[in-house]
Design a protein around this ligand. Sequence first.
Ligand code: A3P
Length: 321
Amino acid sequence: MESSSSSSSSTFQIDARLPKEISWGTIEFLQWEGFWYAKPHLAAVMAARSHFKARDEDVILASSMKTGSTWLKAIIPCIINSKTSAAGDGNGDNIDEEEDYDPFVEHHPNDLMPALETQIFRQDPNADLSGMPSPRLLRTHMPYSILPESIKDSACKIVYITRDPKDVFVSLWHFLNTRISCPLHEAFESFCNGVHPFGPFHDHVLGYWKESLKRPEKILFLKYEELKSDPTGQVRKLASFLGRPLVQVDEVDKLVWKCSFERLKNLEINRTGVDPHLGFTYKSYFRVGLVGDWKNHLSAEMRKHLDKITQTKLEGSGLEL
Ligand code: A3P
């Protein structure tokens, strides 16, 4: 890092010699330690890496962009705030006695798990999170190799989610195109070259995948497709991983419904709100929520090309996407 940036008490200076690309229309990307960052995010990534101090009780949601993390930004707080999880009062008797945790009428899931780089350390490179009560629920798009050391070394839990890269690309293209204008084929080429926010996608996934194999108690590796096909099973698995096993069948069903695409997409806040940190409309976080929407956008040739990259990159890793 020393050769790429210099830190003062308040800002990180970006080394002007870092590789640079303009793509996805007019977005300026800088490459640092093997990954591409939209220029405004890089100083925040460096600040988060240097200044964030993890606690053992923290829960960190990590992902590449557009892999379904919004779903988990809803599910994880529900699990942690569940009154009937075995780590709560333990008896599971009070599900109807107290008001149920349901912040979604007033809050987009982004509010419930603030982002380290695109929010907290972008606003204040010296952000002090020591006053935030535990368990702190935070999210990041930082690659594993770039994570603050205290996240890796502490006992905090990391939940990682990924998805078929063809759906990731299509989702990312739609999302960014709400703010920019970039033809699909141009964006596709950039994605395949790894030039997109926090890309290359496959390297991002592999960093967390390999670490999850070494330390399954530390990193839970989830796939969007499995969450779609078996939400209750995956929510139970996640809750157990977080040390908050859910004991009541009713509650798991209710949690899955509360966090469902159909419900969240139609809430007033998500139809009309705008993310104050990034400027994206809240509705752009809830597009179609399907597995395989790439079929409606990619040609056979594009499918073949991206599948080939995926196959080559993941070969021998034991991971299939
Ligand atoms: P699509 O663009 O394919 O619809 P992220 O949350 O990481 O930004 O990823 C966004 C993708 O997750 C979008 O995919 C979005 O529709 C989908 N998504 C958001 N909330 C969801 C939910 N509750 N259930 C299922 N999919 C969801």
